[in-house]
Design a protein around this ligand. Structure first.
Ligand code: BTN
Length: 268
């Protein structure tokens, strides 16, 4: 059973932000915080509302995959935005969020984080966070954007293929970290980066900071475009967040969408 709990009584709170996370919904168990955020958006939840769950029974990942969401183990949260921006500029918010997640985890757990383009967060080469952004827009107008953030925090092991590529904040930092502190730091950092992004509705002021964290930078990448897969060396991102890849035939710019990128021999 799910219960709506406003910020007064939720086990988590986001103090000291201007707008993000001030309206807070907490659920012990829910299908997916992204699904709930979309529902709340139509019911009048405000720009900046944050939906947090302790467990998801139908957590969603990118490309139709599911996101394993064991009770109490990780952070499952979705930030609802109702921004006055053009729909075509919204995908960059995922990259903005990736920067905020890196800052947030680093400041609390003191571990180095990197970004695998466009928005996987890695600690010591393994995935520690995934981001799923979904938009509801029609006739050039955005009704809502939901940014779902899943951060592995207390997990001690991962099953199946995840065992090779996933990790948690506790495992990498060698001690038990606080989900509250990480959430707070991530949302605060998001507010900071969002304010920069929204001025131009692109990444032009954030390219440098993003590239400092980009694990693919100067590395060989394989772009898994179902229609046209190709390889090259990643040399940066454009102000629109596209990955710039140097190939034998020249430079190509790759936009995120459903395209994913791999290293020459595996995930990174
Ligand atoms: C990915 O595949 O890398 C994206 C994973 C996103 C998972 C988060 S957990 C909170 C939010 N609710 C969901 O159902 N998914 C996102």
């Amino acid at each position: 059973m799910s219960t709506d709990i406003r910020s007064e009584s939720a086990p988590f709170s986001i103090p000291n932000t201007e707008w993000a996370g001030q309206e807070l919904y907490f659920y012990e168990t829910i299908d997916s915080t992204n699904t709930k955020a979309k529902e709340l958006a139509t019911e009048g939840a405000r720009h900046g509302a944050l939906i947090i769950a302790d467990e998801q029974i139908a957590g969603k990942g990118r490309s139709g995959r599911s996101w394993v969401s064991q009770k109490g183990a990780s952070i499952y949260m979705t930030l609802l935005l109702k921004p006055q921006i053009k729909p075509e500029n919204a995908p960059m918010l995922t990259l903005v969020t990736a920067m905020a997640v890196c800052d947030g985890i680093e400041s609390v757990a003191k571990i180095d984080c990197q970004i695998k383009w466009p928005n996987d967060i890695l600690a010591h080469g393994k995935k520690v966070c995934g981001i799923l952004t979904e938009m509801d827009a029609s006739r050039g107008e955005i009704h809502s954007i939901v940014i779902g953030i899943g951060i592995n925090v207390h997990n001690v092991s991962f099953s199946g293929e995840l065992s090779q590529k996933a990790t948690s904040v506790d495992l990498e930092s060698g001690k038990r970290q606080s989900r509250q502190a990480i959430m707070e730091a991530v949302i605060r950092a998001f507010e900071h980066y969002y304010a920069i992004y929204v001025q131009t509705e692109d990444m032009r002021e954030l390219v440098e900071g993003y590239c400092k964290r980009l694990i693919n930078l100067h590395q060989e990448v394989r772009v898994l475009d179902p229609k046209d897969p190709f390889s090259g060396i990643a040399i940066g991102i454009t102000p629109r967040g596209e990955l710039i890849v140097d190939t034998k035939e020249g430079t190509r710019e790759v936009s995120s969408g459903e395209v994913s990128v791999r290293g020459p021999h595996g995930y990174v």
